[in-house]
Design a protein around this ligand. Sequence first.
Ligand code: PLP
Length: 203
Amino acid sequence: MLAVSKTKPVSDIEKAIACGQTEFGENYVQEGVDKINYFSTNSSLIWHFIGPLQSNKTRLVAENFAWCHTIDRLKIAKRLSEQRPESLPALNVLIQINISDENSKSGILLSELDGLAAQISILPGIKLRGLMAIPAPESGYEQQVQVLTKMEQAFKALQSQYPDIDTLSMGMTNDMDAAIACGSTLVRIGTAIFGARDYSSNK
Ligand SMILES: *Cc1c(COP(=O)(O)O)cnc(C)c1O
């Protein structure tokens, strides 16, 4: 389980750490880097970047995070590959799939997956670990399962080509049960852990 701590203060993260949580997800590059620096003496923490990534911010992600979930272009993957410091282990990356939200600009279509995976899997400094999706919100369990099953199938197909693929990042507060039923290996939970987010301070 990834604890999604975006917009939440370090005091909330400290409480989660005290409960044994070690993996945290952040959406905004600078906010995430500030938190990583704050907790830099705690080497057991693993930081995941899960927000949209523009090319002018790739260096900060390459230099500070352990994972990036939102790869949807070769250009971004190449920059992360080039900018990952040699002193660090490879950056773990996931390809983001636009599985249901036609209005979302984030993520690739499933029909584009084989091509992008082939290009990314050979880049040094980054390691393709699997897939990520943010489905359009569905309130019904059956509807959620219908969409998430498509991710499960794509994940299994990718795994059969690349044996090191082991991560299917899906499931948030409102669809985690369906995501787990559909084979998620990493749920990203914010609200159910930290409570509702307050965006009024323009975070
Ligand atoms: C905010 C966010 C989450 C957590 O969402 P909740 O509904 O609060 O659990 C998970 N994944 C991504 C990519 C997010 O941006």
